[in-house]
Ligand binder design. Structure first.
Ligand SMILES: [Zn+2]
Length: 345
């Protein structure tokens, strides 16, 4: 599917579909539809009778193979963890499996790909390779791919998708046509979300850092319920028991909890500095009140601890202990300053 904010770019690429360079680098903010765009482009190029709008027909043999994930001329290169997250619905199972899965695109994957595309196209036409996200390639994998990008096989299109284009090797970047993927305006994103049936689009969009697809994904009843429960605990600055809260929060996906803490702290700092919050609009009044009596320097120090925890997200760790440490720090910061404020009164 092509999102409305990508339509202009879609038309531009279609107009030159027979003279595309051999590698495109689609880069931009996470959660704005880059991968859907790339997949639709791949399907459209492989479809045997695309419509007048350039979209894949959905009926031909190629489209049937693409739908079944078995088209011989379409390859997706992605970390094991990405592939798993598409197929495993059960969160707990996903969590256990993820710990053992690679978050990298490995040199072995790249070599295997190069070997397979050195064979001639199975259907005699174009071949398309999608790399998602391209920054998941480590240096060895990127170097292995580089040789192919320098001397590309005929009729092969590489679609590299990147959320953090600066993390790619400059040599890889320079071999691709770079496309900065458009993002919708704030109003456009709100209208699109409302059209998708999201009840409170402005609240969802803010939580998602203003990325519309991410906002749509967050409009999930389980996620919303857990977020409200966790943030309601954070707003109780006094009489909170960090250990009890760590115990409850352990049952929630760690990535969510860390994200809520990070954005909550960001909002506290933002509220004190600018009188506004960025992420949690539905807790705005409470955040403003809490921010009045909090020490920003301590919050910034805590934000660094959270970033450290974020980096260790993919490694096995003692989740309960981590949550206890983080939540204890949070309530120490919140209470210390409040006690100070009371003394001054
Ligand atoms: Zn088709």
């Amino acid at each position: 599917m092509i999102y409305t904010w990508h339509e202009k770019l879609w038309q531009e690429l279609l107009a030159r579909k027979n003279s595309l360079p051999h590698a495109l680098l689609l880069h931009g903010q996470v959660g704005t539809g880059k991968r859907d765009f790339a997949e639709t482009l791949a399907r459209a190029l492989l479809c045997e009778s695309p419509g007048s709008d350039g979209l894949p027909c959905g009926h031909c043999v190629a489209c049937a193979w693409l739908a079944a994930g078995s088209h011989p001329d379409f390859r997706i290169l992605q970390p094991d963890s990405e592939a798993a997250s598409e197929t495993i619905a059960n969160e707990v199972a996903k969590d256990d499996k993820e710990k053992k899965q690679s978050h990298l695109i490995t040199v072995a994957q790249v070599r295997e790909l190069i070997e397979s595309i050195s064979l001639s196209a199975s259907r005699g036409g174009r071949r398309v390779v999608l790399l998602y996200p391209a920054e998941a390639m480590n240096v060895q994998a990127a170097n292995a791919l580089l040789k192919t990008l320098e001397e590309p096989p005929p009729n092969c299109l590489f679609l590299l998708i990147s959320h953090q284009v600066q993390r790619l090797l400059p040599t890889v970047r320079s071999r691709c046509l770079k496309l900065a993927m458009p993002v919708p305006s704030h109003q456009h994103a709100l209208e699109w979300l409302a059209g998708q049936g999201v009840a409170e689009p402005h609240i969802c969009l803010a939580q998602a850092g203003y990325a519309p697809l991410r906002a749509l994904a967050l409009n999930d009843s389980d996620y919303r319920e857990k977020r409200l429960a966790f943030l309601s605990r954070l707003e109780e600055a006094k009489n909170a028991d960090p250990f009890a809260i760590a115990e409850v929060s352990e049952k929630t996906e760690l990535a969510w909890v860390l994200n809520w803490l990070q954005t909550w702290i960001y909002d506290l700092v933002c509220a004190q500095a600018t009188g506004k919050v960025r992420y949690h609009l539905d807790f705005s009044a409470k955040l403003m009140a809490l921010a009045e009596n909090v020490d920003v320097l301590q919050l910034l120090g805590f934000q660094r601890d959270l970033l450290g925890a974020q980096r260790s997200l993919h490694h096995p760790l003692n989740v309960r202990l981590l949550l206890e440490q983080l939540l204890l720090s949070y309530w120490q910061i919140m209470n210390r300053k409040q006690e100070g404020a009371r003394v001054r009164e």
